[in-house]
Design a protein around this ligand. Structure first.
Ligand SMILES: NC(=O)c1ccc[n+]([C@@H]2O[C@H](COP(=O)([O-])OP(=O)(O)OC[C@H]3O[C@@H](n4cnc5c(N)ncnc54)[C@H](OP(=O)(O)O)[C@@H]3O)[C@@H](O)[C@H]2O)c1
Length: 267
């Protein structure tokens, strides 16, 4: 019989700043309360919002965070404890999801029926989806679902998803547009004659254009996306993986804003 662990590693910061403020700490293993599950995290995926909140007190406050604070939101792993009243999950289940600014840790406690921002959320990891890939899906998957819900692409559409060289790639023009970086692509879309209701942004707002917010995507969107990965219909490129003690290097790479694919932390 193995003795249960009483402490686990968690990335935390106690002052706002760049990657240098991130520390790997030994913290007490959290316990699953009623309606909660505890996950032994296998991998955590990074997103720009993670370090926006680390750098900027105002952004952190907007998300209800205060110091000292954990780090990272996307996670995957295995349920290792369930609280009273949990019916949808059991010890040993593979899960993934989002838990705001707590994900880069050996253990996270997540609500059975929460949201990423409040209590955290869990989804079953389909067989055929590895832990690193599952750890990239929560924020990016929800945001993709929200963007698709705004512009509603369908047969016959030519959809511009960010980027340049649009006239070369689509000489017949584009009919729907997702700006994934700022507002330039959205403005270009207007110049190309795309109507506002077929344009969305994820990183900035433009008057008259509906922004896509991952938080508004339905819970089921992530299960659908994980199913597409499991079926081999969607591939998520992993740009790099790092052990948790190299968290600062990983965040520096992410903050460069030119990474091609997702960055994951192995736990
Ligand atoms: N609304 C939401 O719910 C939501 C959710 C997730 C993310 N976001 C926001 O969306 C933005 C993108 O996030 P991300 O996860 O994709 O990470 P990211 O690190 O911001 O994006 C990296 C990608 O952006 C491209 N890029 C860099 N500079 C660019 C430019 N000037 N014009 C067009 N593309 C450029 C890079 O391609 P190249 O190297 O080829 O330039 C790279 O592929 C961030 O601002 C993030 O905060 C919003």
């Amino acid at each position: 019989m193995t003795t249960p662990e009483t402490t686990g590693r968690a990335v935390q910061f106690e002052v706002f700043g760049g990657p240098e403020v991130l520390r790997v700490r030994d913290v007490p293993v959290p316990q699953a309360g009623p309606g909660q599950l505890r996950v032994r995290v296998a991998a955590a995926g990074l997103n720009p919002m993670d370090w926006f909140m680390t750098t900027d007190a105002e952004t952190a406050a907007r998300f209800g965070l205060s110091l000292p604070c954990g780090f990272g939101t996307d996670y995957s792993g295995v349920v290792d404890q369930v609280g009273e009243g949990v019916s949808a999950y059991a010890v040993g289940d593979r899960v993934f999801g989002g838990v705001l600014s707590r994900a880069v840790a050996d253990y996270v406690v997540v609500d059975e029926a929460g949201t990423i921002a409040v209590g955290g959320e869990a989804h079953r990891t389909p067989s055929g989806v590895d832990d690193r890939t599952a750890a990239t899906l929560a924020i990016a998957g929800r945001t993709a679902a929200a963007a698709v819900a705004v512009v509603k692409p369908g047969p016959g559409d030519t959809v511009l998803v960010g980027g340049d060289r649009v006239r070369e790639l689509a000489p017949a023009g584009v009919t729907a547009v997702m700006d994934l970086h700022g507002t330039d692509t959205a403005q270009t879309a207007r110049e190309l004659g795309v109507p506002d209701e077929r344009i969305t942004t994820i990183a900035a707002q433009v008057d008259g254009i509906t922004p896509a917010n991952g938080a508004n995507a339905p819970y089921a969107a992530l299960d659908e996306i994980a199913g597409l990965v499991a079926a081999g219909k969607l591939r998520v490129p992993i740009a790099a993986g790092y052990p948790v003690d190299q968290i600062r290097t990983a965040v520096e790479l992410q903050a460069g804003r030119h990474v091609q694919g997702k960055i994951v932390i192995d736990l």
